[in-house]
Structures are given as structure tokens and as C-alpha cells.
Design a binder for this molecule. Structure first.
Ligand code: SAM
Ligand code: SF4
Length: 477
């Protein structure tokens, strides 16, 4: 059993806010200056595939000597490689509407930013944007919405349906996640029926006082309603959720503790943890003066990813194109399992051939502007498998990261073969000749490795890969 219920001052009950800032700060305080032996003990627990408690997470956050920092990084790298192997899942965000009635002081879309370009994609614009994304090779999207009465649950469900309907050549979107303002249970039910994958929403900062400072007006000012959004989503039958904190608003150690606390809350109330955690760092945006006090530098950011990997080993970690290419490549080593590729934040940007960016049309600035093909080229040169897999979600296997982590042989049986199959589809349908041959060489060598441990699986996979070369698609396990 991997879930260990823990006792907190505020007991976990659905729809009851559960963050106690004093408790988190006390735990961070009593675990200060841990010995290297204590750090070893804690990483040993992660490496034996157990999730860490809040106090153990705090030990890692407080481990500040060079030796302890190295130990944490190396252990995260080891865990990532041992558990997840060399796959990396690719997706793209699609901004549907930039209208917003909130005043988040860090965001270019906030209501009082008069320079922001406001637009909601029409049905035909959604079709063209989706076609452009399919033409690049994408199969997984996250649809992103401002908070506005126009973007209610029915509208969100409608746009999800429109995107699923778009098929171009071999192109289709097989999994749509959404990032949208919190809904009530009825709203979540409506959205669920449109077959979303993950419902994602970030608490931004889990510190209630800081939260109030950055959200001076609008419905988002209600910290508790946002904090309990996943409880309502779960009650509406959405058991696949993505947490996140926007780093730079408050102390990052506090945010990591609160993210782990949120994981505990969901496990305690619903017996299921989140599918993913995101940890975007705040970036320059139109008419935004960045708060400087809590900015997270690269070194701490790398530590933070490694600590999250060790603290919640069976949760997917998402890193977006907010970050530079070189840093993204490094962070994959320490635990990141999903990245976006070829991202355009400008609304309608996937169809536009205009080079460059217009900050007023975007929510914030992007730092990795490589097209998807270039990202894949880099991944292949690092012998990583780019995966567009959507199999678990479509086969009804929920809690896929949990299974990857805890079910012996799950990765070999499902994730690697499905990753290779979806990568081979990409190579056949969208890759330039040079990348296609490099990619197929990588697939052949993976297949050879597999045949040394599981001949029947390797034989079946090789058959399916041949069918893909012959034009069949979507041969998932
Ligand atoms: N409007 C919805 C909301 O606020 O939840 C959903 C989408 S919002 C467009 C997606 C996320 O972008 C926000 O939750 C926030 O964490 C992030 N974001 C906003 N401003 C940012 C900035 N300046 N730099 C980096 N990320 C930012
Ligand atoms: Fe609106 Fe979301 Fe931006 Fe806040 S973060 S201003 S809610 S789009």
C-alpha cells in the first residue's frame, strides 16, 4: 500500500479547505539543518518507491549543503530513470479565449490591462488552429481559457467537442485536457461529459495572505473556492486532475510543501492522487511589474524539481516552454515527464505565419520557441523517446502514473510499446526524411533491447510497427 494517511491539524474532508500555513511553517522549522544521514534515509525511502511525508519533504527542502544537494539530484535522476525510463510525453496548449474578469496582478490577461488583445476563437478558428496543431504532429492538447461568464461549463464542453471533431489526414487529437477557472459540481459534470482528460488548475500561491495580495478583485479572489476545485471535480466524476503553483509569488519551499499537502488531501478524501503537478515560474507579461522578492533562480528550480520527483514519485511532472530550451533538457533528467512543444501563446497563433511574438496578445513571455520537430530532433539525439501516447485514458486505465510506478512491468508492457507506436506514427506522417531515419534507428534499438527480455512482446510490437509503416494507425495496447 503506497498511500499513508497522515494526521494534520485540519482533518481532510471533501470541500473543506485544508491548508494550514502555520503547520507547514512549523514543519519546515523543526526539520532545519538535517544531517546527511537523515537526508540519505529520506531519499532511500523514495528510491524504495514510497511517497514521502510532509516532514520528510521538508528535510529535503532544508538540505542545503553541497553534498546533500548532490545526493538529492542524483537520487532524483536515478528514480526517474529506474521508474519511467527514457520516454517524454509531448503536448501543446491551445488558448481558446483571452477575456477575463479577474485582476491577477502577474497576468497579461487581467481585466484592467487595456493593452491586452481580447479575442475568443470562433468555431472555424478553432478548427484551423487544431488542424495546424495536427499538421505539426500533435495528439494531445490542453485548452486554456480566461475566466469570463462566456466561458462557462457548456461553452468549455462545446469547444472540447469541436476540437475532437477535427481530423486532417492521419491527424486527430486523441486527448484534450483543460485549464479553466473552477466550476461547481454541475459544471464539472457537464465538462466531464465532453471527455476531457485532465482538469488542470493552479492554486498560484498556497499562502492565503499572499494569495489575497495578488488577487485584489474578481471571483478568483476566493482562495477557498479555488483550493477545493479538485474536490468538486472528483465529486463530479473527474478523477484525473493536475495541480500547480506559480513560482515567484511566495517562498518556493512553502509552495512545494503545500503541493504535497494537496496530494495528501486528495488521496485522503478520494483515494486517488493528482495525475500531474505543474510548477511554472512567473515570467514577464504585458503591463506586469514582476514581484522580485520570491523569484526562484535556476539552481533552486532544479532542486525543486528533484525534490518533487522524490516526494511524489508516481505523479507526472509538467514543464512548459516558459523555460529555456537548455534548462528544459536538463530538467527532464531530474524528473520532468511531460513538456509542450512548438507552443504559441498568441491567440490564433498556430495558424499565423507572422514571425515573432506580440506580448499584448499573450498571457506571458515564452522562452522555448523551438518548433515541435526541433524539440523531437533534440530528444532523439539524447536517445529519449518522444511519446504522444493517450492509451491509458482511452482504454479506461485511470491513475496511469500510479500504475507506472507501482505495477511491476507496467511500463514495459504498456508505456514503452505505446510510446514507440505513437512516435513511429509521428515519424511516418510528419517528420522530415533525416529525422525519420534517425527516429526509426532509435525505435529499432529500443526494440532490440525489448527482445532481450520479452520476445513475445517485441514480436507483437514489431508487427504493429510494420503495420504503421503500411499506413495503419492508432494500434494502442
Ligand atoms: N484563467 C484560468 C486561471 O487563472 O486559472 C486559466 C488559465 S491561466 C490562462 C493559466 C495559468 O497561467 C495561470 O494559472 C497562471 O499560473 C499562469 N500564469 C499567469 N500569468 C503568468 C506569468 N506572468 N508567468 C507565468 N505564468 C503565468
Ligand atoms: Fe485571468 Fe487566469 Fe490571467 Fe488570472 S491568470 S487574469 S484568471 S487568465
Amino acid at each position: 500500500m503506497l498511500f499513508h494517511p497522515q494526521t494534520y491539524r485540519i482533518p481532510d474532508r471533501p470541500n473543506v479547505p485544508f491548508i494550514d500555513p502555520l503547520e507547514i511553517e512549523e514543519i519546515l522549522c523543526v526539520t532545519r539543518d538535517p544531517s546527511i544521514e537523515r537526508v540519505r534515509e529520506v531519499v532511500g525511502k523514495s528510491l524504495s518507491r514510497q511517497r514521502l511525508s510532509l516532514a520528510e519533504t521538508a528535510v529535503l527542502l532544508n538540505a542545503d549543503t553541497p553534498e546533500a544537494r548532490n545526493l538529492i539530484l542524483e537520487s532524483a535522476r536515478q528514480l526517474k530513470q529506474a521508474v519511467y525510463g527514457n520516454r517524454i510525453v509531448l503536448f501543446a496548449p491551445l488558448y481558446i479565449g483571452t477575456r477575463c474578469i479577474n485582476q491577477c496582478s502577474y497576468c497579461g490577461f487581467r481585466a484592467n490591462n487595456r493593452t491586452a488583445v481580447r479575442h475568443t476563437l470562433t468555431h472555424s478558428e478553432i478548427q484551423s488552429e487544431t488542424e495546424a496543431l495536427e499538421d505539426a504532429g500533435h495528439k494531445r492538447l490542453i485548452l486554456v481559457y480566461g475566466e469570463h461568464p462566456r466561458y462557462d461549463a457548456r461553452y468549455i464542453a462545446q469547444t472540447v467537442k469541436w476540437v475532437y471533431e477535427v481530423k486532417k489526414g492521419h491527424g486527430e487529437i486523441r486527448r484534450i485536457n483543460i485549464n479553466a477557472a473552477p466550476l461547481d459540481i454541475t459544471g464539472f459534470r457537464t465538462v466531464r461529459q465532453s471527455r476531457i482528460g485532465t482538469y488542470q488548475i493552479f492554486q498560484e500561491t498556497y499562502h492565503p495572505e499572499a494569495y489575497r495580495k495578488y488577487h485584489p478583485a474578481g471571483p478568483k479572489r476566493d482562495y477557498d473556492y479555488r483550493l477545493t476545485a479538485f474536490d468538486r471535480a472528483m465529486q463530479a466524476g473527474i478523477d484525473d486532475v493536475g495541480l500547480g503553483a506559480l513560482l515567484g509569488l511566495y517562498d518556493w519551499r512553502f509552495e512545494v510543501m503545500a503541493l504535497v499537502r494537496h496530494v495528501n488531501h486528495l488521496e485522503a478524501c478520494f483515494k486517488v492522487g493528482p495525475h500531474t503537478i505543474s510548477f511554472p515560474r512567473i515570467k514577464t507579461a504585458s503591463q506586469v511589474r514582476l514581484p522580485l522578492e520570491h523569484l526562484v533562480d535556476d539552481e533552486d528550480f532544479i532542486r525543486l524539481v528533484a525534490i518533487l520527483r522524490l516526494a511524489v514519485p508516481y505523479t507526472g511532472l509538467i514543464l512548459t516552454a516558459r523555460e529555456r530550451a537548455a534548462l528544459r533538457d536538463r530538467l527532464i533528467e531530474y524528473g520532468v515527464s511531460q513538456i509542450d512543444g512548438g507552443t504559441k501563446l498568441e491567440i490564433g497563433g498556430y495558424c499565423s505565419d507572422k514571425p515573432g511574438q506580440n506580448i499584448h496578445k499573450e498571457q506571458f513571455e515564452l522562452n522555448d520557441k523551438r518548433p515541435l520537430a526541433e524539440i523531437i530532433e533534440t530528444l532523439v539525439s539524447q536517445r529519449r523517446i518522444p511519446s504522444f501516447c493517450t492509451a491509458c485514458y482511452r482504454k479506461g486505465r485511470t491513475g496511469e502514473h500510479f500504475m507506472e510506478f507501482s505495477v511491476n512491468g507496467f511500463i514495459k508492457r504498456y508505456c514503452t510499446p505505446n510510446g514507440l507506436l505513437t512516435f513511429s506514427e509521428y515519424l511516418e506522417d510528419y517528420a522530415a526524411p533525416d529525422l525519420r531515419s534517425k527516429g526509426w534507428r532509435l525505435i529499432e534499438s529500443e526494440l532490440k533491447g525489448l527482445s532481450q527480455t520479452d520476445i513475445p512482446l517485441a514480436t507483437e510490437l514489431s508487427k504493429r510497427l510494420e503495420l504503421i509503416r503500411l499506413g495503419e494507425r492508432d494500434l494502442l495496447w
